[in-house]
Design a protein around this ligand. Structure first.
Ligand code: FMN
Length: 198
């Protein structure tokens, strides 16, 4: 029986009306349409202090980082939709990745949540660059965490005009890009499945 890939979807922004939340929602719908088992979360569900090694030494990795790490580990892959801040990764997302990268153990056992995971990246911006510059940095950071990042990505330029009332992309080009991203992610995720059931 073919594996139904489990994909975790989240955005790199908490802003009300965020374009990256709309992009993550569009990805979630496309993944579900293609047959993935999708979990949609918000980084707002895992509030975290700024990474601080003194804090880590004193109190360990925060419980919310541990929870997010378990979520990641229990999926085959993730799709991250992010804005770019100053052509790079927004701090909300970088901080969450950095904390999860500090998780080494769970229930006394060695545990590396990112190991063997596959990721797809999407970006959005109201500008013409569509946030693509930030994805080069995000890609490099995830690769340093041993995540396999797929090549196709979906980047939404002029995002305030890109979605219709139902949250669908107005442009066929973007619908096609998202379809390719989701198909490739699902294929790779099924191929490399390393998920740890909770
Ligand atoms: C600190 C900061 C830096 C930003 N830098 C960029 C940038 O480099 N490129 C860009 O297209 N937009 C930039 N923006 C604008 C964001 O793309 C815009 O606020 C976007 O709507 C945020 O993403 P969201 O809609 O997913 O929340 C920046 C915004 C902030 C707050």
């Amino acid at each position: 029986m073919p594996i139904i890939p489990k994909i975790l979807v989240f955005a790199g922004s908490l802003r009300t009306g965020a374009f990256s939340i709309k992009t993550a929602d569009a990805a979630m719908k496309e993944l579900a349409l293609q047959g993935a088992a999708v979990t949609r979360v918000s980084l707002g569900d895992y509030p975290l202090p700024l990474v601080d090694q003194d804090l880590e030494k004193e109190k360990g990795v925060p419980e919310n980082a541990q929870k997010l790490a378990r979520q990641i580990a229990s999926h085959d892959g993730m799709l991250i939709a992010s804005p770019e801040y100053n052509a790079s990764i927004p701090p909300l997302l970088k901080n969450a990745i950095d904390w999860v990268s500090r998780v080494r153990r769970d229930g006394g056992r060695p545990f590396k949540p990112f190991d063997g995971k596959v990721a797809a990246l999407c970006s959005s911006s109201d500008g013409n660059f569509a946030g693509t510059r930030g994805l080069y940095h995000l890609r490099a950071v995830l690769m340093a965490c041993q995540v396999e990042v797929i090549t196709p990505q979906c980047s939404v330029a002029r995002a305030s005009e890109a979605f219709d009332e139902d949250g669908q992309f107005r442009e066929e080009r973007l619908r096609h890009q998202m379809e390719t991203v989701c198909r490739t992610l699902m294929e790779r995720a099924a191929m490399f499945s390393t998920r740890i059931e909770p």
